[in-house]
Design a protein around this ligand. Structure first.
Ligand SMILES: Nc1ncnc2c1ncn2[C@@H]1O[C@H](COP(=O)(O)OP(=O)(O)OP(=O)(O)O)[C@@H](O)[C@H]1O
Ligand SMILES: [Mg+2]
Length: 291
């Protein structure tokens, strides 16, 4: 019998997160595999005598639902097969890193300018930087934390004053400026890709906010995936080396644009909207890959 470790964050309390691991455990059991949900911190990976001390001995694979890059790197060094792999999780965690990895491979994304990293809390926002962002994108302009999540780190500046205020607020955090895709305001496609194939999609619409995130009031409905969006999602998963991901697609007048790729996308919402058993498909993929 295959044994699978499902790693979740040490501080996980969100019902979505706990439900995700419970659903996967359930589907692994139905497929005849034993899965244990283990919190990061209980996985006991450490550096000892200059080596990674063996962690999770006895498991055949690990479904890594955390984003903590230290444990994922150590588990891989100890020989564990991770779903998703360390490099893929790390590339998706930082939105700017994702865009850089995908650049040059025919993946359309909104034009994006990274803010230089700032280490000086007393430094004033750079006028030259804001001028450059303004010239490139005009207003409204998207300003986004590179490590934001659930829509909370995504802002829209409508004029220079707001841009300056946002820059002051975010200057010590990695962040980026981006063209605002007004046609897609409050609306996008969330697509789940497993083993290189799109398996489910929902349209998310939010009447009260330009961010379509369900956590911010967006409502999901089942959607078909236009061919070009499908190509973009599958190619991005391949380039980033992802076994599983949720990709956000903006619907611009010129076609689909990849907004971001989530290695640990919650699947509870899309399962109930589309009726697709995502947990089963992911568990099947894992067991097939390690067979
Ligand atoms: N350039 C853009 N133009 C128009 N709308 C955007 C743009 N970027 C983001 N949005 C809207 O904001 C939402 C949230 O943005 P994004 O997916 O980049 O971050 P996030 O969901 O906070 O990140 P994470 O999934 O890591 O939690 C998108 O789903 C989309 O509705
Ligand atoms: Mg998103």
């Amino acid at each position: 019998m295959k044994r699978i470790a499902i790693i979740i964050n040490a501080y996980s309390r969100l019902p979505h997160s706990l439900n995700q691991s419970a659903r996967l455990k359930e589907e692994f059991a139905k497929l005849g595999a034993a899965a244990d949900v283990i919190k990061n911190g209980q996985a006991a990976a450490r550096i000892e005598n200059g080596n990674v001390a063996a962690a999770l001995a006895g498991y055949d694979a690990c479904v890594y639902l955390d984003k903590d890059k230290y444990l994922s790197a150590m588990l891989e060094k100890a020989g564990m097969r991770l779903f998703d792999r360390h490099a893929a999780v790390e590339a998706c965690d930082d939105k700017m890193t994702t865009f850089i990895a995908l650049a040059g491979h025919g993946i359309p994304v909104p034009d994006t300018l990274p803010a230089p990293l700032c280490y000086d809390a007393d430094a004033a926002p750079s006028a030259a930087l804001l001028d450059a962002a303004e010239r490139a994108f005009g207003y409204p302009m998207i300003v986004k934390e590179s490590y934001g999540s659930l829509g909370r780190g995504v802002y829209r500046a409508v004029d220079r004053k707001q841009l300056e205020e946002l820059e002051e607020k975010l200057k010590l955090l990695p962040h980026l400026f981006q063209r605002y895709i007004s046609e897609s305001a409050g609306r996008d496609l969330r697509v789940i890709t497993i083993g290189g194939r799109c398996v489910a999609a929902m349209e998310r619409r939010n009447e009260g906010d330009f961010r379509s995130n369900i956590e911010l009031g967006g409502k999901g409905t089942p959607a078909s995936i236009p061919d070009e969006a499908k190509r973009v999602c599958e190619k991005a998963a391949e380039l980033l080396g992802l076994d599983y991901c949720g990709t956000d697609i903006l619907l611009s007048k010129d076609g689909p644009l990849l907004c971001e790729v989530n290695s640990n996308a919650f699947f509870g919402g899309i399962e109930s909207v589309t009726g697709v058993n995502i947990a089963k498909k992911y568990a099947q993929h894992v067991l097939c890959a390690i067979d």
